[in-house]
Ligand binder design. Sequence first.
Ligand code: AMP
Ligand code: MG
Length: 413
Amino acid sequence: MLALETVREFVLDRCPARTPVSVPVADALGLVTASEIVSAEAIPQFANTAMDGFAVRSADVVDAPCDLRVVETIAAGHAPQVTVGPGEASRIMTGATIPRGADAVVMVERTSLVNPDSTAADGPGSEDGAAEIVRVEVSVPPGNHVRPVGDDLHAGTHVFGVGTELTAGHLGVLCSLGMTEVEVFPRLRVGVLSTGDELVDDGSPLRPGQIRDSNRRTLLALAHRADVVPVDLGLSPDDPDEIEAAITTGVQTCDAIVTSGGVSMGDFDYVKAVLDRIGDMRWMQVAIKPAKPLAFGTVGDVPVFGLPGNPVSSMVSFELFARPGLRSMMGHPDPVRPPVTATAAEDLPRRADGKTHFMRVLATPSGGGVEVRSAGGQGSHMLWAMAKANALAVVPDGDGVRAGGSVDVLLLD
Ligand code: AMP
Ligand code: MG
């Protein structure tokens, strides 16, 4: 048996990052930057108010309460027209430009109108009427509630480096900077194929010996969560010609392929034989449980992950090999999920067998850390417990972890 790390290195070596492309920011969620982002503009580009209120000269309100003449109303999106002189103020809405003359904002809650029926300065472009007077109840320092130019970031700032995974917040920053395209490693198309004579996927009554195909839906969903475009390659019986045809179609239309089933020691496990024939393939026994067998190779330059068929095994194998490989191809500098240290809230027993066990567990926050307990049945066919689990506990060879002991866990999405 091969060590997990050895096999993963072998896989990652064969999953180099793809050539960068420019994509619309709207399509870039989850992708990784391929060039540094430098701000061409400051954010904000003009000094503006953080509050609804009145723009004032701070020197005027040192002895508050005091009354000021309202000379203008400034809405967000409209340029101020009037300079605020001594004894004057402009009504101002959050995000609107600080007018010339003013150097501070008093929030509206700290003011009152002395002559609320006046018609002056009712809005942009309002006509003169009786002067509107505002009473400012507090003194404020210069710069009060003013967001200066470049408060968030200055022009010329190195905003995001190469290898940054673009999240919702990152996309917002790119939009704030006026960017419509971003240079990234391209999103992969990943084909998913189920293999097995026993599989049915149309909801029809099962004939003797048949089961329903669950892996394809699961693996397509895991691919989606890995920020690739999942491509359904369907279901193939245990027939080498049909498996070869499906994989060949996949290789022509996808950047990587994930198959399930047909990589064990059985008489009808043809996936590894087909991959051996049409690609450069390794068939490996990894010192882990579940998911010991793995067929991995390349057909042309398309990586193919031949995952085992047991439902939990296929998911664990995807997590340990396919996800890191796909992330590596998409330019992630750290494609492997880092473990966190947790405390076992109950015994996590196992037997020594030379393998690292990945136990399905429920991880919950506890006292500033994380604690884990079993999510249920640990058989590699027991998908229910896997579905309820939110983490895999990495239990090293031996007799398990006692309650209160520490254990590494992989927190799944
Ligand atoms: P195999 O890896 O082909 O030997 O399959 C191992 C086990 O996983 C067998 O019990 C299969 O019936 C089951 N299995 C294989 N493929 C699937 C699938 N797509 N969905 C659910 N179970 C599967
Ligand atoms: Mg099979």
